[in-house]
Design a protein around this ligand. Structure first.
Ligand code: NI
Ligand code: MN
Length: 227
């Protein structure tokens, strides 16, 4: 069994679990790396790490069109409901819920969270998804923090972590993060979308492969890979 991921640039992914489609942080409009427009995105679930515009993205439009279930912390869920979306589930940081495709756990992230209109978005989170025997970690926006070793303790088949710096940890801290998480594979996110977060992923991938036990995966936005 394998899980198919498609990267839409920045922190945005489509994750296909035996035909169930999850969208994570669907920032497409105004994302210069996005390979598709919001009206082409497919979703059964939309998972949000936090409320910042480059993660909330096109959630409202996609949820209205697809009737996807939106999952976020309670402040995010309340704001989404106010936009006229009924299929919303609030989940607290530190909790794990079972869904038809597997489990979703919200874990620590060290980062702010406010909506583009200024509404407080509660705590930013990372997301751990277990499905079909695989365990995947989507860090969202975060600094390095020592409890990443606990997130990795149960084993990770993939960790998607930011390397862009400026708003999140940069490439050096991301290497330290890998040595705490010990994932089998690592995928860099949150880089090269804007000038402030320019990084060279190939150079970083070489360091990952030389300095950690993980294998770096790099693809262009719009490309898919399987785990
Ligand atoms: Ni952010
Ligand atoms: Mn961000």
């Amino acid at each position: 069994m394998s899980l198919k991921l498609t990267w839409y640039g920045h922190s945005a992914f489509s994750l296909d679990i035996s035909g169930t489609k999850l969208l994570i942080d669907p920032f497409l409009t105004n994302n210069p790396l996005a390979p598709i427009s919001a009206d082409k995105a497919e979703a059964d679930y939309i998972l949000l790490t936090h409320a910042h515009g480059d993660h909330l993205g096109d959630t409202v439009a996609i949820a209205l069109r697809t009737k996807a279930t939106v999952i976020g912390v309670v402040e995010v869920a309340n704001w989404i409901r106010k936009q006229g979306i009924d299929n919303v589930q609030a989940q607290a940081i530190g909790s794990k819920q079972s869904l038809p495709f597997g489990t979703v756990e919200f874990v620590r992230a060290d980062h702010g969270s406010s909506f583009p209109d200024g509404t407080d978005g509660g705590k930013a989170v990372g997301i751990v998804i277990e499905a079909e025997g695989k365990r995947l970690y989507f860090a969202g926006d975060t600094t390095l923090f020592p409890e990443m070793s606990l997130i990795g303790a149960l084993g990770l088949d993939l960790a998607c972590i930011p390397i862009g710096g400026n708003y999140t940890m940069g490439p050096e801290d991301a290497l330290t993060a890998i040595n705490l998480l010990h994932p089998k594979a690592v995928f860099p996110i949150h880089y090269n979308t804007f000038a402030e977060i320019y990084q060279d992923p190939s150079t970083w991938a070489l360091r990952v492969n030389n300095e950690t036990s993980a294998q770096a995966i790099i693809v262009d936005p719009g490309s898919s890979f399987s785990i």
